[in-house]
Design a protein. Structure first.
Length: 252
């Protein structure tokens, strides 16, 4: 049975974007987090979605650009949205409540109401106008270094896209390498016996007074949780030491 694909619950809105590269980088940031709906409000360049720099910065997310829309007003961009989040400073007189990405988005995702959410970003130079902020339900504040909190537009999009995806459940991480094959206890003991002989050959271990050297090495190897190929390496080193000592003794 094919599982139902849930509709994308999110829209990213850029107002008055000046730099084509930021539009492309935004598309890339969205796609890696599984979002697809991009709306531009009065961008500086009417052909920004097809400019060479935009496509280059999208880096494989050209499908986001193809589906993106350009509109004249924020009101048009917010059509169908039930919860809009401004990425700006709250106006001094009044305005929507301020939330943080980690806590605010988690609360939004876990609420009883399933919202169509929009993240609204202002222009690189001027940010968002107060009237645009007033249209939103919340203002997002990204915690940054108090001494330097300047984020590039596409960087801010990536941060919020990641945090929102995590709040929605995130993606599973798939290991690139197979699980390690740990060496058996028998293999570890075999390596210890090999090393014991090598240590005797090089004069490091006195078989008449071994003290606790080998039990301590045994505990060391147990803590290391060696893989089978690592056992082979250790035994190869021990073999080389033994052969070198014996060949030297034969020359003498």
């Amino acid at each position: 049975m094919i599982s139902e694909v849930k509709p994308d619950p999110t829209r990213f809105i850029l107002i008055g974007t000046s730099h084509p590269g930021n539009v492309g980088a935004t598309a890339r940031a969205m796609k890696v987090m599984g979002f697809s709906e991009l709306v531009l409000v009065r961008p500086r360049f009417g052909d920004v979605l097809v400019q060479e720099e935009t496509v280059a910065m999208a880096s494989g997310a050209a499908d986001i650009l193809v589906r993106a829309r350009i509109v004249d007003t924020l009101a048009e961009a917010l059509e169908g949205v039930t919860y809009a989040i401004a990425t700006a400073m709250t106006p001094r007189d009044f305005g929507p409540p301020t939330i943080t990405p980690r806590d605010g988005l988690a609360a939004l995702a876990s609420g009883e109401t399933v919202h169509k959410v929009a993240f609204v970003f202002g222009s690189e130079r001027y940010g968002m106008a107060n009237d645009d902020v007033y249209r939103c339900h919340a203002v997002m504040s990204i915690p940054t270094n108090p001494a330097y909190g300047s984020l590039n537009l596409a960087q801010a999009v990536q941060v919020l896209a990641y945090e929102w995806r995590q709040a929605l459940g995130g993606f599973a991480v798939e290991a690139r390498t197979p699980d390690a094959e740990l060496a058996s206890g028998q293999a570890v003991q075999g390596a210890l016996e090999h090393w014991q002989q090598a240590l005797i050959d090089i004069g490091f271990l006195d078989p008449a007074a071994p003290k606790k050297l080998m039990p301590r090495l045994n505990q060391l190897l147990n803590r290391a949780q060696l893989r089978q190929e690592e056992i082979h390496i250790l035994r190869g080193i021990a073999k080389a030491l033994t052969e070198r000592c014996r060949s030297g003794a034969a020359r003498d």
